[in-house]
Each structure stands twice: as C-alpha cells, then as structure tokens.
Design a binder for this molecule. Structure first.
Ligand code: SF4
Length: 320
C-alpha cells in the first residue's frame, strides 16, 4: 500500500467527483438487527475486549463529551452542506447551520444539555464557535462547490467469507462521503474532528477506512481508488491507496476479530486491556484495571430479537 500525506488543492477534487450513479443503499430492518461488525466496535474489541463487552453486550450508557458531540454536529452540518446547490456551499452557510443542528440534536437527546451548565452560557457559545472553526478548516482543504458526492452518510453492509474463516462475517457501517468519478473510480472520504492522540487515532482511522474499502469492494466489485481522511482540527488530509492484495489480507483480519469476539461471547472472557486510550474510556468504575468490578456477564443473547447488535452505531459513534 502506498501512503501519501498531502494537503491537496481543492482543484484536484472536482475532476474526481462528478457524475453521481445510483448506489444501492441498505435500509432493511431485518438485516439491521442481524449481528454485525462495525469498524467502531471492531476497533473497541482490538483496543480492549472489556470495553467492547460493556458497550455492546451490557450496553451501559456513556456520558457524551463535548468533543464527541461537536463531531456529530460538524458531520451533520457537512452532510447538510452537500444538500445545498453547489454555489451555496460557502463558509457562511455552514456556520449558519451549526446552531440549528445543535438544537435538533438537543431535541432528540435532551440529556446532552448536561454538558453545559446553565450558569456558564459562555461555555456553550465557545463550543459552538469551535464547531464553526472546524467547518472553516474544512473550506481550507476542499471546495465543496466543486464536488458532487454520490452519497453522504451512506450506510453500507456486506457479508464476507474469506478463506479459512470459521463462519461468514457481516460488516456494517456508515461512510461520511462517497465520491465516484466518471470513470467509476471510488473515493471514500472520512472527516475527523480530533479527540484521540493523532498516532493512535490514525491507526484506528486507517482500520476504519480499509473496513469500508472491503465493504465497497465486495458490494460493487471495485477496489476504491482512494481512502481520504480529512483532519479538520489540524487542517490536514491523508490519502491512502488500497490494493486488492491488501484488502484480501484485511478481510482475514476482520474474520479473525469476529472469531475472537464469538469466542469471548461464548466464555464471557472479555479481558481489560490497559492503554493510553483508557483516558477516553467512561468505564473506569467497572474496570479491574482501575480497581472496579464489571457487572456479572449477562451472556450473549441467542434470541435474534434480543441479540446484541455489534454493528449498530449511534451518531456519536460516527463522530470521530
Ligand atoms: S478503562 Fe481501559 S482497560 Fe478498562 S475497560 Fe476502559 S479501555 Fe478497557
């Protein structure tokens, strides 16, 4: 795989992103309930099996952080921006979408209000301003008036059965933006609003992008030409070019992760794995690494209606 790091000019973008073709979007409740692997949850399991268990099996609610929720707001604004006519995709339009997007999110999840104390209204104002600054950064990296994405916030799903896998693995996730060139070449774009340390976050982001590349390869029969990560906080873009050999190998990695999850699901042996990413974990009180005790393992439900859905992602999952 070749890895390029470049702050590319927006003019390069336009030629690679025209002529939208109809893309099959998956919106089937029956498949939605089938257990699946998402990049976020696969990343959780790789980072710490106990973290995966507490999130996916126990489903213990987590406290949303302002950084995470800001990521959701920025992603939603960027999605809405591309619904505007190209000439209207300007910084002022994006800035004007921030407050209403936050209000909509708040209406859907009123508990988010707890992030900001009523006694300190400046904090909310600063937070909204920081979201606008991330959007300003976006305009320094790309010119959205020249882009014609085929899809934004595209839900994708595929089942893979690589050689040697004990069982097929269902993959599911959301792609921030999909560009398709007139030649049929595909570019997967993912926005990062920055929360994890860059080197850790980058490895996780690359994992996520390869995951989506596999799903698109298997559903469309084309290896995506580019995987593009747009880091808004430090105004940088990373562009990766995957190839078939690499993705074939990566499929085996995904199958191995799923097999490990299934083994842990049977035994209940989801061990904690301490790392610097523990700083971002909400479960210290339930983690033996921090003197806590996890709740008794509830078991991996076998009733499909109640089965945990490792592929289900909330908007907050997609934030970063
Ligand atoms: S605190 Fe660290 S070791 Fe404990 S569950 Fe969270 S990520 Fe895992």
């Amino acid at each position: 795989m070749s890895v390029q790091q470049a702050t590319e000019q927006a003019t390069e973008e336009a030629t690679a992103s025209e002529v939208p073709a109809a893309a099959p979007e998956i919106d089937d409740e029956s498949t939605n309930r089938r257990p699946a692997l998402s990049p976020s949850r696969a990343g959780d399991f790789k980072q710490c099996p106990l973290l995966y268990r507490l999130r996916v099996v126990d489903r213990i609610p987590e406290t949303p952080s302002p950084v995470m929720v800001r990521g959701t707001v920025v992603h939603t604004v960027l999605e809405q921006l591309f619904q505007l006519p190209p000439a209207e995709r300007v910084p002022a339009a994006a800035a004007a979408l921030v407050e209403p997007t936050w209000q909509e999110l708040l209406a859907a999840e009123p508990e988010l209000a707890a992030m900001f104390e009523e006694s300190d209204p400046d904090r909310l104002a600063q937070w909204l301003t920081s979201a606008q600054e991330l959007l300003d950064s976006y305009f320094r990296l790309e010119d959205p008036s020249r882009l014609h994405p085929q899809s934004c916030e595209l839900r994708v799903e595929a089942e893979i059965a690589p050689n040697g896998a004990a069982e097929p693995v269902r993959l599911r996730g959301f792609i921030d933006r999909l560009d398709v060139a007139p030649t049929g070449e595909i570019r997967i774009v993912d926005y990062k609003t920055g929360a994890a340390p860059r080197e850790v976050g980058e490895a996780r982001a690359l994992f996520q992008m390869k995951f989506y590349a596999v799903v698109l390869w298997r559903t469309r029969g084309v290896v995506p030409r580019q995987l593009r990560l747009i880091y808004l906080s430090d105004q940088q873009m990373l562009t990766y070019t995957p190839d078939e050999v690499e993705l074939t190998r990566f499929e085996r990695t995904l199958a191995a992760i799923w097999a490990a999850i299934m083994r842990a699901a049977r035994t209940g042996d989801f061990r904690p794995s301490r790392s610097r990413m523990c700083d971002y974990c909400d479960f210290h009180a339930l983690c033996p690494e921090f003197g806590g005790t996890p709740p008794p393992y509830p078991g991996w439900p076998i009733d499909s209606a109640a089965a945990p859905d490792p592929g289900r992602e909330s908007p907050l999952d997609r934030a970063d």
